[in-house]
Design a protein around this ligand. Structure first.
Ligand code: PLP
Length: 363
């Protein structure tokens, strides 16, 4: 591939010019199109999407910069001078769309506003307006199954470090069509060795700086595993790169690390509310959050292990650093893990009305 040329100075750019690199190597020409009009650029963006086929994975996006919703994926764009783009000054959250309902929207929205406050971002609208935008966006998307993702940023302005030049915070949201289903298989994980976890201030706030999380996931994939496990500097189990982690001990106690240094997962917290049902039925002995050392987690005291997160909602972990979990065969998900998974999946499909907001598609 030819080396891209340096950007031309504006005075040297004729309208509709095709620039040939003065530094073209290996006889290759590097040509850059200059779009003379916005409509030409829009046509090009739409052409890119048309090439991807008929399926549009992003049926709708809201942008406070547009002040409305677009159904055209080619137009789902964020300004390059947004403080979130060039400085990472943004927070985000999600909600699952399942069976025409938004699951746990209010819990996610509360965490979103907590993250925004920690990041010193005041979203451009009130909580009720944000909620209404998200519901209207889901309706406009006509999506029955997928995810809703949304961001608050300091907004567009200039390219400086301080957000002082960004006068209006921004809110963006997108619907992503996704055909997920309850996980019934097990995965392998590794302890993250090369990517340190984020310090508590940044780990507890769902901000857009996910580079450590991406590198931790890549570290696992390079080792042939699904994902990784972070251990904090005191030697306690923390979380996965975009999931919480939970254990079932040999004495049938469900144990989850406390949320003071990691993200308080909405799914993990819902699991803590639902799991006592298995205690009542005698399947579990107790449900607790407490610190667990790496040593204990890898010892014979642990019988089952799992990831917990929105789209899973629960995923059995069957091997860790190459060793099977508990008495398992390193392949099949544990029985109690699946019982907990059933509880969550049932809640996602038939849970109480405050957990499942119907999407008003007809409006
Ligand atoms: C770092 C991290 N931990 C845990 C979770 C699980 O949170 P939730 O259950 O709200 O999806 C996520 C996902 O948002 C995450 O990014």
């Amino acid at each position: 591939m030819a080396t891209p040329p340096p950007p031309p100075s504006s005075s040297s750019v004729p309208n509709r010019a095709v620039i040939t690199s003065p530094q073209a190597e290996n006889g290759e020409e590097f040509k850059v199109s200059v779009f003379a009009s916005s409509s030409e650029l829009v046509a090009k963006l739409q052409e890119n999407w048309a090439e991807k086929g008929k399926e549009k994975p992003y049926p709708a996006m809201y942008s406070s910069v547009y002040g409305g919703i677009t159904l055209d994926p080619a137009m789902m764009l964020i300004p390059i001078d947004d403080h979130m783009v060039h400085r990472g000054h943004g927070v985000f959250d999600t909600a699952i769309i399942l069976d025409g309902h938004l699951y746990e929207l209010d819990t996610h929205l509360d965490r979103f506003l907590r993250s925004a406050s920690q990041a010193k971002i005041t979203p451009p609208y009130s909580r009720s307006a944000l909620r209404s935008i998200l519901i209207q966006l889901a309706a406009a998307s006509r999506c029955q199954k997928g995810t809703l993702r949304y961001w608050a940023s300091a907004g567009p302005g200039d390219f400086l470090l301080s957000p002082a030049g960004c006068p209006t915070p921004a809110f963006y949201a997108v619907v992503i069509q996704d055909d997920f289903s309850q996980c019934r298989h097990g995965v392998s994980v590794v302890t993250s060795r090369t990517t340190p976890m984020k310090p508590p201030l940044f780990a507890t706030m769902k901000n857009v700086n996910y580079l450590p999380n991406v590198l931790a996931k890549m570290e696992a994939e390079e080792k042939g595993a699904f994902a990784s496990i972070w251990v904090d500097e005191e030697g306690y189990i923390a979380e996965g790169p975009n999931v919480n982690v939970a254990f079932i001990t040999r004495d049938r106690d469900l144990v989850m690390p406390p949320f003071d240094k990691i993200l308080a997962g909405c799914t993990a917290r819902r699991l803590l509310e639902l799991a006592p049902k298995l205690v009542e039925q005698g399947q579990l002995r107790s449900v607790t959050t407490r610190n667990m050392t790496l040593e204990e987690a890898k010892s014979s005291a642990v019988a089952e292990m799992m990831y917990v997160g929105s789209t899973l909602p629960l995923l059995a972990i069957v091997t860790w650093d190459g060793n099977p979990i508990g008495d398992g065969d390193g392949k099949v998900a544990g029985e109690l893990t699946m019982a907990l998974s059933d509880l969550l999946w049932e809640d996602m499909l038939y849970g109480p009305p405050d957990k499942r907001i119907p999407i008003p598609y007809s409006s």
